[in-house]
Design a protein around this ligand. Sequence first.
Ligand code: GLA
Length: 394
Amino acid sequence: MEKLINYTTEAFRLAFHSEPEHIFLAPGRINIIGEHVDYSDGFVLPAAIDKHICFAVKKADDPETCSFFAKDFDDSFSFNINQKQTPVSQVWVNYLLGVFNAVQESGKKVGGLEIAFSSTIPMGSGLSSSAALECGFAFILNHIFDLNLTKKDLALIGQKSEHTFVGVNCGIMDQFASVFGKEHQVIMLDCNSLEHQYFEANLDDYSLVLFDSCIKHTHLTSGYNDRRKDVDKGKKILWEKFPEIEKFRDFSFSMLDKVRAEIGETPYKRCLYLLKEIKRVEKAAKALSEGDVKYLGELLTETHSGLSTEFEVSCEELDFMVAETLKERDVAGARIMGGGFGGCSINLIKDENVDEVIKNISAKYKTDFDIEMKVYRVKISDGIYEYKRNEIII
Ligand code: GLA
């Protein structure tokens, strides 16, 4: 962390020839279970992690200009805050412009800023660097200009930015986790009401370890939006037939079966996966609260199978990784994590055997795909916060 903060501070000095006044840290997230159900009234079990985007920030002398320096892209962007914002060709900029736009649309008054940022959240790995970027900036605007936005507002602004300026119709899970994360706690979020509760991440003598396939994806082109379209098609017909049902999760399997022919095979499979996944999350929350790690692991593995065969968002590399991991001793469960189409698997492995599993899977993955797998042993951490500069050792 110190390293990231110092690195970002130095980037700020180079870009703006002065000292930053604030440092903010916005985390990435893991998701224990509940994939793709956040846009279908489901429950999810995410948590913020100890990988961050660090923002070094100062109020600008020119109150009408916001300037960014993205250290990791070695790229800059400035805009006049009084002009109407529209998406630009630099993708990273759109996450920020979308946030700015959403904040202004809500009638809040903001001024000029200078911001340098840098990240330890690997991009395109399913750890939600985008949500950290969006919500981090929303948090900064709120903090510096006293906007009185709630944490929920910040998460919704981040999501809106992604919908309107980036073009990914994501759910709310990633933004919610980045804002609401708590050390050692998993969030059980009802994506319909946004009510949530925290669970102690008590995994006994097991750890959650991420294996990064290094297959990069962006949900702008990955097929994420297409999955939403399939699901929307299914939902439309379900609600036409059963208008009395309020939430998607309240449709029964038999209702879905009744409209199978009309919905068509692909939307049917997608909806079937979602209904099963929502039920799995409820079981997983219970297993987690009772410390039943073995059962939690089984549920994770079932999710992988659903994501691979019914929702079809896995890929050859992740299917291989998960199948091989499950053959190892002391592995309770494994699955692809996040939106899919590449990225990481999340694995529940007994502490004493973690090193052995990593060694074996890395070797097999290298042999079959000629790719060096990356491993992240993440810690469940707090949501976005301001880091106090006097704690920095330079
Ligand atoms: C991406 C999206 C989330 C969620 C997951 C899948 O991370 O941003 O909203 O849909 O995929 O669970």
